[in-house]
Design a protein around this ligand. Sequence first.
Ligand code: KG4
Ligand code: ZN
Length: 327
Amino acid sequence: MSLVLGIETSCDETGIAIVRDGREVLANEVASQIDIHKEFGGVVPEIASRQHTKIISQLVDKVLRDANTSPEALDAVAVTVAPGLLGSLMVGTCFGKALAYVWKKPFVPVHHIEGHIYSAFLAAEAPEFPFLALIVSGGHTQLIRCDAPHQYEILGTTRDDAIGESFDKVARLLGLPYPGGPSIQKAAEGGNARAYAFPRAMAMKDTLDFSYSGLKTAVLYALRENPQANVADIAASFQAAAVDILIKKTIQALESTGLPRLVVAGGVAANRLLRDRLQSDIAVPVFVPPFKYCIDNGAMIAAAGAARLANGFAADLDAAPSASMAL
Ligand code: KG4
Ligand code: ZN
């Protein structure tokens, strides 16, 4: 049995959780800074770090109480060390190291993307290896071959904007609030997804890479051409194109690798249309975490940390935070 405290501060969510055996969430707290960054239309790094600093120790206290446990009972402290906003990563990393040192527990550094992959293990039914992972977040659009725990190969990645980033940027163009994903999904509900034939970049190309900046530019041109354009129609047409590319590339990756199952995780995995298309278009079993574990959280970091611990990866109190680090 393992009991792991997970700490996630790579962007604008302070996520702290306690997870048993990498699967069972005993306590999970996510303090979102959305309302603070909203007025700037995106995350302000310096403000993000300060907010993490303000709230992190209270949240650790709270999860210990909620899980009805104590530091002595923990087996490890797992923390996101990369990638993300450096200042924000520093807060979680330094705080986590201090806890691990004082509590005399192993400090397990976790890569944020590995955390997203392990969020799939927090669902009622966990995937078995091997699988294909589609990671769709504010900073990443990646297709990853996952052969065994901690054995990953990136098959495709974004060449420019990440998918979540494109939702955020297009929302801004449309005058919709940050974060763009949920607001575009909401705006699209009343719109006609066939109103605009936005491009499906690189859909036909012999690569598993993605490109989303052309789609964003197409929306910009449509708005320039007709500033009175119907926002719901544009949102629906944009969302359809963005999701369509994900589905096409995922099918292409499943066919070329022959992998028998699919994990989809990251903030954009909360998208309704994407979930529907996964159900209707993907032939292999699909594993998507519950909504609350799609966006950044500490439970997925604890789950990944528990797996690293179980698979014999050394704890490393010297692990340094890094804004960009390969998986
Ligand atoms: O994984 P996440 O919380 O943070 C990163 O690691 O980046 O993902 C945040 C991203 C944002 O870009 C947000 O707009 C997007 O996930 N997002 C969505 C939805 N909910 C969040 N995108 C599309 N549809 C949604 N329902
Ligand atoms: Zn994330």
